[in-house]
Design a protein around this ligand. Sequence first.
Ligand SMILES: NC(=O)C1=CN([C@@H]2O[C@H](COP(=O)(O)OP(=O)(O)OC[C@H]3O[C@@H](n4cnc5c(N)ncnc54)[C@H](OP(=O)(O)O)[C@@H]3O)[C@@H](O)[C@H]2O)C=CC1
Ligand SMILES: CC(=O)N[C@@H](CCC(=O)OP(=O)(O)O)C(=O)O
Length: 344
Amino acid sequence: MIRAGIVGATGYAGAELCRLLYAHPEVEIAAVSSVSFEGQALSDVYPAYRGFLDLICGNQEEVVEKSDVIFAALPHGLSQELAAQCIEKNKVFIDLGADFRLENEEDYKEWYGGTYLDKSLHAQAVYAMPELFREQIKGKKLIANPGCYTTGAPLALAPAVKGGLVEPQGIIVDSKSGATGAGRGLSQTTHFTELDGAFHPYKVACHRHTPEIEQTLSHLAGKPVRITFVPHLLPVDRGIISTCYARIMPGVTKEQIRQAYEDFYKDETFIRLLPDGKVADIKAVKYTNLCDISLHVDTRTGTLVAVSALDNMVKGAAGQAIQNMNIVFGLPEETGLKLVPPAF
Ligand SMILES: NC(=O)C1=CN([C@@H]2O[C@H](COP(=O)(O)OP(=O)(O)OC[C@H]3O[C@@H](n4cnc5c(N)ncnc54)[C@H](OP(=O)(O)O)[C@@H]3O)[C@@H](O)[C@H]2O)C=CC1
Ligand SMILES: CC(=O)N[C@@H](CCC(=O)OP(=O)(O)O)C(=O)O
């Protein structure tokens, strides 16, 4: 059995990791940690876990000592030293935050206001989006798990961008996220009376996921890609819809685009390319590691509209982290992730 530990287990991403790892047939949860709830049972923090996850929250050091793989579900900026400790002890480290996602330190400084404490450590990290960079993940120990918006948007666009079917400039990514994307801590925009009945964009064209999405799309295109990214806060608990607009290259047909997506995703367990006429919906992927993609072509304006839907807590965080763990440990990718969405 793989001994897994979760640092930051009391946050939403950490708690979701615990839920999924509990049911993983090749994993035992060895230890979990919290600062605020140290000494308390996880099931006291989340009553739904009573009888399943009654383990007591310890500290980070215990998690590192007892585990073969350490998942960090901490706020940005707290993973670098922890990663160094884990790598030094030859453990696998999977970071759900953004500390190892950006290849260019200047981008990290600009968008996160931090620096890379140890450049050689960053050089060991792999940006782990299995559907796009699977081969690079195998054999790695320092895993940068992509963010939520930064999973949905590239998956919606990847076949078109990689195949040169759309113009790499002028792409618009219009995303809507449920409130769990903001974590468990309460803020003015996420408390019930502000969120209920509301719907608005935020961080318009200045969200920190912009360089991460551009980094992925640039790798696929083989040249720099710039996007306009506008996230919105939806008054629902989970789910992200990304509606992505790109100009179709002259001469490229609707049929060629669909064929490119079918070829690109034909062996992908977690990608459901919807038939023509269907539209991706967050409800159909809830609690699963699925990413649904629907394709729409506006022939009047020559625009591809590619829509993705995923559960930000699963494919956008904990599920993708487990998918990455499975790759690193040589397990079938779907192990522990064969999750059927509720019908309604
Ligand atoms: N929510 C989402 O949809 C997604 C989140 N992520 C990323 O996952 C990470 C966790 O996010 P999320 O679970 O939403 O956030 P939460 O705010 O819900 O949880 C944060 C966790 O970090 C712990 N924590 C906070 N401050 C410290 C500290 N100074 N030292 C140690 N532990 C601390 C908290 O634990 P305690 O107070 O108990 O110690 C809590 O368990 C973030 O990097 C986020 O960006 C990635 C993809 C999607
Ligand atoms: C709704 C909401 O507030 N979402 C978060 C993104 C959540 C996320 O998961 O971002 P990381 O993976 O990079 O942490 C935000 O906009 O900051």
